[in-house]
Structures are given as structure tokens and as C-alpha cells.
Write a protein that binds this ligand. Structure first.
Ligand code: NAP
Ligand code: NAG
Ligand code: NAG
Length: 318
């Protein structure tokens, strides 16, 4: 009986330690003060976008909540203001699934704001279907919308350097691949509709994020803008809301023990946005607040360049 209790206690201790050290992960150590700096966080009405915005506002930054729903965005605005006591928080409507909305957002932002010091491309969807412009939803929102947004804001970032672009990707990119033929013919990373196809397209869209960071860093060489891609960890958020019911049950049960909460989940984003002396790692990929090596396919110069040029044509930049 006593041995049994001992085993239970030991197991609990191991589980607790595992959760405390491994699941929670490292924290951002920067004490950066952001008074006078302006930050945009896309998809900041919930999940790790919202917790990132809260941390940045507490540090004194002027924070632009760039969200697609006016109602959800304004609710988040009230909450962020209330918990941080900051009056430097603004909501601006941005639907990354509409190139027109991205252009409108950039125009409004450039007209009404003077600075841009940090751009956090955080919004992401796991959802089937098409965007307003007929692109595959995950390619269109997770990659193309952010591609256009980043390009439209690049001049302002350069003027305000040292400045940073932070792209929230995912370790899911490891399973990604990019089928350029499919992109050219179907404006999507894939055409299937099964759960497996959808998961694959999510991974593919996240590989696009990492490749873009790679290409962007090269194009920014010699400027005072640096950029980073990252995996935030496995976090309980609303991301799985459009997944099938079986996947939802699996994710929800796993999340109780194995997932970070949204406050723990934004630490690597904050690290990439704030940590001092990170510039020599521009273009690299981070996880658990640490730089990581990626597979060859995620730093493939030719694929990154090809994707950049195709994306330029797709959003009318070239
Ligand atoms: N959770 C994880 O375990 C995990 C793991 C790896 C990577 N990530 C990445 O982390 C990022 C944040 O995800 P999360 O977990 O915090 O998910 P979340 O709770 O679902 O939040 C996603 C945010 O993106 C916004 N968004 C979706 N489509 C948009 C569009 N068309 N235009 C503008 N905003 C849009 C959502 O707005 P609405 O509320 O209006 O839909 C929401 O604010 C994503 O890029 C995701 O891929 C998450
Ligand atoms: C994150 O880093 C900490 C400290 O180095 C380590 O103890 C922990 O296991 C890591 N967690 C993950 C998920 O890699
Ligand atoms: C972020 O991703 C967007 C689109 O995927 C791209 O335009 C931008 O160059 C990337 N920058 C980074 C840091 O990836």
C-alpha cells in the first residue's frame, strides 16, 4: 500500500515537473521598454495574438490590434485597455482573406500613424474554403495576406529602423511541401477536402511562412529591418475551432495536460520581437525562445525566391 502511494507520488512529481519545465517552456527575458514605439499584431482579438498585445501594451508600446471582426476586435480593445491601463491601444479592421482589405488597412495605417517598429504577423486559420479573391483559405490568409501586408509596410519599417518583422509559423511546417503547379493552376496549395488534405495544407502554408522569412531576410540585407519566424508551441487557443469533431476531441483532451496556455504561448513571439542583439539571426526560425535549425526545404533559396515572385504576381505587386 505504502509502495503504491509512493509510486503515485513519484508519478505526480514527474508529471508536475514535466508540465512545469517542458510544457511551459522558456520565457522571454527582455525588459525592453516600448514607450514611443508602435507595434501591429494581426489576429490579436484572441489566442496568443491577444496575450502578445497585452504584454507589449504593458511595456508602453502603441499597439494596433489588426483584426477581421469589428465586434471581436472592439471587445479585445476594451479588454486590453482594461488589463494594461494603457490608452495607446487602437483597433483597425484587417481581413487577411481579402487583398482589398489588406490595402485599405495599410493605407489607413500609413495615413494615421507615424511609426512602425514591430510588425507581428500572427493571424492564422485552420479552415477549408476560399478567400474573397479565390485563393485557398490557408494559403491566402496564413501566407498571401501577410505577404502583401508586409510589403506595403516595408518602407515605414525601414524608416523607423532598427525594426522587426515577426512571423508566427509552426513546427507543422516540417511536414509541409509547396506544389507550385497546383498554386499556379488552382491558386491553392491543394484541392482535396478531407481532414488529411486540410492538415497538409495547413502545414504547407506554415512552410510558406518560414521560406518567406528566409527570402525577406536576404532582401532586407543592409537595411535596419530584421525578421524572424517561429513556432509558438502547442497552445490551447481557438485555432482548432474549424477542425472536424474527432480532431477537436483529440486536441481538447491533449490540451489539458500537454498544451501551454496563451500567456505561456506568446513567449517566443515576444522573444523574437524584443530580445536585444538578435539581428545577426535575421531570417532564422525560433522555438521555445531559442534559434533552431530547419530542414533544407525550409531554407531552399530557389523555392523561397520562386514563392516570393509568384506571391508578388498574385497580389498585383509585380
Ligand atoms: N495554437 C497552437 O498550438 C499553435 C501552434 C503552432 C502555431 N500556431 C500559430 O499561432 C498563430 C496564432 O494562433 P492561435 O493559436 O492564437 O489561434 P486563434 O486563437 O484561432 O487566433 C487566430 C487569430 O487569427 C485571426 N484570423 C483568422 N483569420 C483571419 C483573417 N482572415 N484576417 C485577420 N485575422 C484572421 C483570428 O480572428 P477571428 O477570431 O476573427 O477568427 C484570431 O484572432 C497562428 O498563426 C497559428 O498558425 C498556433
Ligand atoms: C524549453 O527550454 C527549457 C529550458 O532550456 C527546457 O527545460 C524545456 O524542456 C524546453 N521545452 C521544450 C518544449 O522544448
Ligand atoms: C512573413 O510572412 C509574410 C508572408 O508569409 C511575408 O511577406 C514576409 O516576408 C514574412 N516575413 C517573415 C518575417 O516571414
Amino acid at each position: 500500500m505504502c509502495t503504491f502511494l509512493l509510486i503515485i507520488c513519484a508519478l505526480a512529481a514527474v508529471a508536475y515537473t514535466f508540465h512545469d519545465i517542458v510544457v511551459k517552456g522558456k520565457r522571454c527575458r527582455s525588459h525592453a521598454n516600448l514607450h514611443g514605439k508602435t507595434v501591429i499584431v494581426t489576429g490579436s482579438n484572441t489566442g496568443i495574438g491577444k496575450t502578445s498585445a497585452i504584454d507589449l501594451a504593458k511595456r508602453g508600446a502603441r499597439v494596433i490590434l489588426a483584426c477581421r471582426s469589428k465586434q471581436r476586435g472592439e471587445a479585445a480593445l476594451e479588454e486590453v485597455k482594461r488589463v494594461t491601463g494603457s490608452d495607446q491601444v487602437v483597433f483597425m479592421q484587417l481581413d487577411l482573406g481579402s487583398l482589398k482589405s489588406v490595402r485599405n488597412f495599410a493605407e489607413t495605417f500609413l495615413k494615421t500613424e507615424r511609426r512602425l517598429d514591430i510588425l507581428i504577423n500572427n493571424a492564422g486559420v485552420y479552415m477549408q474554403g476560399r478567400t474573397e479573391d479565390g485563393f485557398g483559405m490557408m494559403f491566402g490568409v496564413n501566407h498571401l495576406g501577410h505577404f502583401l501586408l508586409t510589403n506595403l509596410l516595408l518602407e515605414r519599417l525601414k524608416e523607423c529602423g532598427p525594426s522587426r518583422v515577426v512571423n508566427v509559423s509552426s513546427s507543422a511546417h516540417n511536414a509541409g511541401k509547396i506544389n507550385f503547379d497546383c498554386l499556379n493552376t488552382h491558386k491553392a496549395l491543394g484541392v482535396g477536402t478531407s481532414t488529411r488534405d486540410a492538415l497538409q495544407m495547413y502545414c504547407d502554408s506554415k512552410l510558406c511562412n518560414v521560406l518567406f522569412t528566409h527570402e525577406l531576410a536576404k532582401r532586407l540585407h543592409g537595411t535596419k529591418v530584421s525578421c524572424y519566424a517561429l513556432h509558438p508551441g502547442a497552445i490551447s487557443t481557438e485555432l482548432q475551432r474549424n477542425a472536424g469533431s474527432i480532431l477537436q476531441v483529440v486536441l481538447t483532451s491533449a490540451s489539458i495536460f500537454f498544451f501551454k496556455n496563451a500567456e505561456q504561448g506568446c513567449q517566443t513571439t515576444l522573444h523574437c520581437a524584443l530580445q536585444e542583439d538578435l539581428e545577426h539571426l535575421s531570417g532564422r526560425y525560433f522555438s521555445n525562445c531559442t534559434v533552431r535549425e530547419v530542414y533544407a526545404k525550409a531554407k531552399d533559396d530557389a523555392a523561397a525566391k520562386k514563392l516570393w515572385e509568384l506571391s508578388e504576381r498574385m497580389c498585383g505587386l509585380a
